[in-house]
Design a protein around this ligand. Structure first.
Ligand code: AMP
Ligand code: MG
Length: 348
């Protein structure tokens, strides 16, 4: 019996154990993509991109697509998304904050920012890409997840005064986009961390033809495409947010679909016994205090699945279901008490 018949998940959405997940995927995928009489060959590549592990595991009749797809991720990070990269568009936008002339946006960036601002309004600010001053203050990028360390030094949470100061330069409603230019108030900084992986998956989709099938995994966001050789559905493992087991269960998806999971267990630090996680409530400036421990969104759009998983986590159960329905997205949630909900049933 093949791994497929056993319905084992292809991959676990878990940044912490993503290396293990990639390895597991490699082993399972090997059996699915074995010679299928269609001259389709399987290609697999794992790389460290956008500060996390990407794995591309695809079968195709054509050329090996994996180098191009990894390259797309690196270029997207360097030239567009990363506020740390001096050559990126987001860094240029951020350094224009407070200027009268603003910054002239590329067509892609304008579409992306307009969509994000729309989603901020629709989620009542639960999702907000203007939280850059807060994410920098908390030093989220510098956290060595799960440990009480930030950039090698002991983590100390910011003071209420510092948070209030940062909150003053956050808020999607303070951004103006006009005549293809963006105007940010002085001190404001955009952070596309909540949507970067989803944007990448959308870019991957643009390169696929009908002959490609398999899985692209970018941190906590996954794209499936094409059919499995046996015609069955793809299985995506959902990580246990409580850390008691490796996989909480798995969901089945069909064809070209994006699956994104957000949860506090993905990135956190502890200080004096208190855990601080990486998904902030833009209204308070503190890590979101919610009734959810994990949110998974399934959507045809990578951007929407990634943005919504973050937003829904902040909104909590009730608001999450409403907004997922508005976007026609499927949702699966695990509450803090371990109860499950949403429109998707998990296979245990
Ligand atoms: P994700 O892991 O996709 O849920 O995104 C979390 C990342 O997005 C964080 O590491 C921050 O960089 C950024 N972020 C945190 N809170 C928010 C928020 N409420 N809205 C938008 N971006 C956020
Ligand atoms: Mg997200």
């Amino acid at each position: 019996m093949s791994s497929d018949n056993e319905n084992k998940p292809y991959i676990v959405i878990n940044k912490k154990t993503i290396f293990t997940a990639a390895l597991v995927m490699l082993v399972f995928a090997a059996s699915f993509f074995a010679w299928n009489g269609n001259r389709s060959r399987k290609y697999d590549q794992t790389a460290f991109v956008m500060g996390t592990v990407f794995n591309v595991s695809l079968a195709t009749n054509g050329e090996d697509p994996t180098p191009e797809l990894i390259n797309i991720g690196n270029e997207l990070d360097k030239k567009v998304l990363s506020w740390r990269s001096e050559s990126s568009e987001i860094a240029a936008i951020n350094s224009s904050a407070g200027s009268v002339e603003g910054y002239e946006l590329s067509e892609d960036m304008e579409a992306l920012i307009v969509q994000c601002l729309k989603m901020s309004a629709q989620t009542d600010g639960a999702f907000d890409i203007t939280v850059g001053a807060l994410t920098k203050l908390w030093d989220i990028d510098g956290w060595a997840s799960g440990e009480n360390e930030a950039d090698g030094a002991e983590f100390v949470p910011p003071s209420k005064e510092e948070i209030d100061e940062a909150l003053n330069v956050c808020g999607y409603e303070k951004v103006k986009v006009e005549d293809h230019r963006i105007y940010l108030p002085y001190g404001m900084s955009l952070d596309l961390g909540a949507v970067g992986k989803g944007i990448y998956l959308d870019k991957c989709k643009d390169t696929f033809d009908n002959n490609v099938s398999g899985i692209v995994s970018a941190g906590g966001s996954i794209l499936t495409c094409g059919k499995k050789p046996d015609g069955g559905k793809w299985n995506i493992g959902i990580n246990d947010p409580f850390g008691t087991k490796d996989i909480y269960g798995s969901i089945e998806v069909d064809g070209e679909i994006c699956v994104s999971t957000s949860g506090p267990y993905e990135r956190f630090v502890t200080y004096e016994g208190v855990k601080y996680h990486h998904i902030l409530d833009p209204h308070t400036g503190y890590p979101a205090d919610t009734d959810l421990s994990s949110v998974t969104i399934v959507s045809q759009s990578g951007l929407i699945s990634d943005a919504l998983s973050t937003a829904c986590f902040v909104l909590g159960e009730k608001g999450a279901y409403e907004i997922a329905e508005e976007y026609g997205a499927e949702i699966y949630t695990i509450s803090n008490d371990g109860s499950e909900g949403g429109t998707i049933t998990l296979r245990h």
